[in-house]
Structures are given as C-alpha cells and as structure tokens.
Design a protein around this ligand. Structure first.
Ligand SMILES: C[S@@+](CC[C@H](N)C(=O)[O-])C[C@H]1O[C@@H](n2cnc3c(N)ncnc32)[C@H](O)[C@@H]1O
Length: 232
C-alpha cells in the first residue's frame, strides 16, 4: 500500500472521520460523521432502491466507506438483491484498505472500519458479520466496484442514485465546476434519478436544473447552512 498522510478524528456522535493531507479538510461534519451520512445519503439510497430493485448507485467518493456500508445495510433491510454501487476514490490506499477489510484482511484502517461497522450494526439491528458478508458478496460479484480518480473522461454508468460526497470546492475544485457537473450529469444521471449532497452551491443548482432535476434545499447538517436533495 502507498503511504498517505491522514489524521483520524472522533466526531461529536462518537463516529470517526479522517482528515487527508495536504489540505487536512475533514471528510465529514465534525458534529457527527455517522449522523450526517444518514441524514444526507440514506434518503437517496432508499429512493433509488424503491424505484428499482436493480438500481445503480454512484458514490463520490469512497473515503471511509460510510455510504457503501449504508448501501449494504439498506439492501439487506429492503431485501433487494440486484442493486449495484460504483464508488470512486482518488486515494489508492483508501480503495485498497476498504477492499481488503471487506475481504477480512487486516489493514492499517481496520479498526476505523470496524468502529463504523459497529455503529451501523447497532442502528440497523443487523449483526456485524451479516453486514460484512453482504459487503463481501457485493464485492465478489462485482456489484460493489471501486474506481480511481474521476476526470473529464470517466465513463460513468447511468445511475438512479447519486451520492455526491466530494471534498469542498476548495479541496476538489475540478468536481464543482459547472462544466464538469453538466457533463457528469449528462453521463451519470438516468431518466429517473435521486441525488444528494451535504453542500449547496450555485454551479450545482444550475447543472441540476439544466438536467431537469427538481431541487430541494434542506437545512445543512451541523454548521453547514444548506444541503441539496434533487430528483427527476
Ligand atoms: C468527503 S470525502 C468522502 C467521504 C466518504 N463518502 C465517506 O463516507 O467516508 C471525499 C473523498 O473524495 C476523494 N476524492 C477527491 N477528489 C477525487 C476525484 N477527483 N476522484 C475521486 N475521488 C476523489 C477524496 O480522496 C476523499 O476520500
């Protein structure tokens, strides 16, 4: 595994987040990584799985895998068998770490993944081994796929759920330009599609409306002012 610079931080609901160098932006709201994930991304996963048993969900980016574990829990709870999740992550050790942990191979980040798993297990009342087995089988059958850095040429598949959990436009400016967002939504958003993100941003609003999404603003999580939910 390549080395990468990170610092672990405990957020206020007891769940872990990482800050990555060199910007040290935290991956989640410090008021609660787990609670924020449920607030912003659970409705989108549920809506996509309700719309189709074979829904494809797109996760940008993988980070610590909160959204991937959430997806596994929702497919178990909703008894959905044909759904898939594509996850993008530019930091190779995060992709390798998560895929090894899913396959029960110890990694540097295992204790962090285990802590997150334990929170999901309690919240969903599903055993840790059942969730891990689900992740393992999604990975083995190619229905949970981990992809590298997104750029202008990334061949996204049409998705019914989009979890847009990129770093802020300060850290990942390339993912927040109107040009990128327009071409991204053209390729990745299916005719029926649910989208959410922790952020609220003019370029994103315009691109979503341009692609016929109905955009709904909700209160932001923690100190953030507004979050964005959209559907078409
Ligand atoms: C806010 S964090 C994601 C947190 C994650 N959803 C979780 O629940 O742990 C954003 C992630 O996007 C990754 N990232 C940044 N730029 C990227 C790019 N161009 N392509 C793919 N991933 C990127 C970062 O390395 C980081 O792990």
């Amino acid at each position: 595994m390549q080395s990468f610079e990170y610092k672990k931080e405990q957020t206020e609901d007891g769940s872990p987040t990482l800050r990555l160098g060199p910007t040290w932006e935290p991956m989640h709201a410090l008021e609660g990584a787990f609670t924020e994930t449920l607030y912003i991304y659970q409705p989108t996963i549920r809506n996509a799985l309700n719309a189709s048993e074979t829904a494809r969900v797109l996760s940008i980016g993988l980070g610590l895998g909160y959204n991937e574990i959430l997806f596994a829990c929702e497919t178990i709870k909703m008894n959905v068998r044909g759904a898939a999740i594509d996850s993008y992550e530019s930091v190779e050790p995060l992709r390798t770490g998560f895929s090894q942990w899913i396959q029960n191979k110890p990694t540097e980040l295992s204790s962090i993944y285990n802590d997150i798993l334990s929170l999901y297990s309690k919240s969903y009342e599903i055993s840790e081994s059942t969730i891990l087995q689900k992740l393992n089988s999604l990975y083995d059958t190619g229905t949970l796929r981990l992809y590298p850095t997104i750029d202008n040429t990334t061949p996204f598949q049409k998705s019914q759920g989009i979890l847009f959990d990129a770093f802020s436009s300060k850290s990942s400016p390339e993912l927040w330009t109107e040009e990128f967002l327009n071409s991204f939504l053209t390729i990745a958003a299916d005719n029926v599609c649910f989208f959410s993100t922790y952020a609220s941003q003019g370029n994103l609003n315009r691109a979503l409306k341009n692609h016929n999404f109905n955009v709904e603003k909700k209160a932001g999580f923690g100190k953030k002012r507004e979050s964005t939910f959209a559907q078409k």
